[in-house]
Design a protein. Structure first.
Length: 286
């Protein structure tokens, strides 16, 4: 009896493409051809880490340039330049992620807001990418920033130039926010105060409503939709998600703060819960 035949090419391919500790392998089909699934996973890994590298490179360059311009430009001119720079930097970062084929962004619903005056823009907050999603489309965004990030080498320079507001003093924060809106900026603020830890949203905090009432501007609701938990609360930044990932943004109703801010906050929280329960999530393939 002849011994069973072996395929040395297949054995070599299987041996050489097994990555110890890497968690991926290029498989082989019965026909002896490489299974593209392993190469796809390798591409996912490359896109994931390249995305972080591009984020750091663009943000660092923009932050250093903003730090210089902050000392050179008049305040009002510097604010507009800084807000435009943040929009451009975020748009480049999302553009790179889109080019990898692992991320899809449907953000065009935000574009009509470019023509609007002062607003409080109030989205839900599923993940860290939310700021990039909104600010990449709007050239006059200001925001409220954690005080401990103010001197961050990546984020601090751009935030100072763009007129972002520190959150270390509530009274000063509200006053500065109202002033920036009065100058024509649009305030991006997440009513939940932090990334969502329950579905569909966390309890809302009334600070955004107080700012809108004092500034005399409406609250524009925005819904950020994704099925991916990537960079949500508790997600380690180094943990790679399943890909591709899709994000969609849509505009909700616009409200004037016509009542006590706590009552308004509770009403808007209920509106978000009702709206997000009836809207299907953005699914991902894979």
């Amino acid at each position: 009896m002849n011994p069973p035949r072996t395929d040395p090419v297949r054995e070599q391919l299987e041996d050489e493409t097994t990555r110890a500790g890497g968690g991926w392998r290029v498989g082989v089909t019965d026909a002896g051809t490489a299974d593209p699934g392993g190469w796809r996973e390798a591409g996912d890994i490359a896109a994931f880490w390249a995305g972080y590298a591009v984020f750091v490179a663009i943000t660092l360059f923009a932050g250093l340039l903003a730090a210089v311009l902050w000392r050179l430009l008049p305040r009002r001119t510097g604010t507009r330049v800084g807000q435009w720079m943040i929009m451009a930097a975020f748009r480049m970062q999302l553009g790179f992620l889109r080019l990898t084929g692992r991320f899809e962004f449907d953000l065009g619903a935000l574009d009509p807001l470019r023509k609007e005056g002062g607003l409080v823009i109030a989205p839900n907050h599923p993940a860290l990418l939310d700021v990039l999603l909104v600010a990449s489309r709007l050239p006059r965004i200001t925001g409220i920033m954690k005080a401990d990030l103010w001197n961050n080498v990546l984020l601090g320079g751009g935030a100072r130039l763009a007129g972002y507001i520190r959150n270390d003093s509530p009274c000063s924060m509200v006053k500065r926010a109202v002033e920036e809106i009065g100058r024509g900026s649009q305030l991006l603020v997440f009513p939940e105060g932090t990334r969502s830890v329950r579905r569909p949203v966390n309890p809302f905090k009334p600070g955004f409503a107080l700012i809108a009432r004092r500034a005399g501007v409406p609250v524009q609701t925005v819904f950020i939709e994704t099925a991916a938990p990537f960079l949500g609360k508790g997600w380690p930044w180094w943990r790679r998600p399943s890909m591709p990932i899709r994000y969609r943004v849509r505009l909700g109703r616009r409200f004037m703060v016509d009542r006590d801010v706590k009552a308004f906050s509770a009403m808007l929280e209920q509106y978000f819960e009702d709206e997000m329960r009836v809207t299907p999530p953005v699914h991902r393939d894979g």
